[in-house]
Design a protein around this ligand. Sequence first.
Ligand code: F6P
Length: 321
Amino acid sequence: MKKIKKIGVLTSGGDAPGMNAAIRAVVRTALYFDIEVMGIRFGYKGLMEGDMVPLAMRSVSGIIQRGGTMLHTARSAEFATPEGIKKAIGVAEENGLDGLVVIGGDGSFRGAKALSEDGLPTIGVPATIDNDIGCTDYSIGFDTACNIAVEAIDRLRDTSESLNRCSVVEVMGHRAGYLALEVGAASGALAVLAPEFTCDLMPEVYDTIIKHQKTQYIVVVSEGCSTPSAEVARLIEENTGMSTRLTVLGHIQRGGAPSALDRVNATRLGFRAVDLLRKGIGNRVVGIQSDKLVDYDIQEALDMQKSIEKELYMIARIVSL
Ligand code: F6P
């Protein structure tokens, strides 16, 4: 087995709070095992361009509590082509990289698979506020994004209450409703609209507003819904007469200090990624299932379907009406 002497680390796709904690864990674990680390800037684009810097123990001091990613991130269309992969492999060879850690979402893992197949052992670390990666219960950034959205909704409740309003809140999540469901359940929303359940308001939602006349209501809408959140807000006002306002939380959900859970899990996942590489194992995605570290072949991981917690959706509905 070839001794792993030097690895690279990059972040790819949308950033997620906790990515820095994962970078820190990768760097410190590698150095602990006498493996050098190159920090690759701007994701796969940076890899193709050889945009990388050596990272030492102290290069990652004071970043565990910071949102964003010190390595920057990007989405690269060129990298997704055979030429792009070839270019990246060439740059990795020129720089003496024996392995790579890719911190990102499932789009980034497809690139990680191609690199592994072309001779650069690569490990994927799940990081996306969408939490839509099949092989893991948890991805870095999801917990922080939930907390940010819940805090924002608590604030919206105050102003909604003052004016007897309904607040419709659009959250991110790409095509998935994991973020919407968690945020809706945690904030006591009257309804959660998400692609996996329903994107349209049930008549019972209108009935509840009309019948109970509470001083404020919260409705959470996933950005992946086919019914636009502005239309949801319009329909509520039209069907209930209650003054309604829409708030799109947008990229606010991706910024700020990572939660303790995101920091701890990012640290665990970063450690496991390097531990696999140093044992000569590549082409894996690491994850956390039932609070235990796991790892899967990348294709297997990409093929895994994640199921959304239908029970939580049902419970949240029952207790909100
Ligand atoms: O995948 C993470 C995510 O924040 C999604 O929730 C959202 O749809 C998308 O990225 C936004 O991407 P961008 O930052 O390119 O606007």
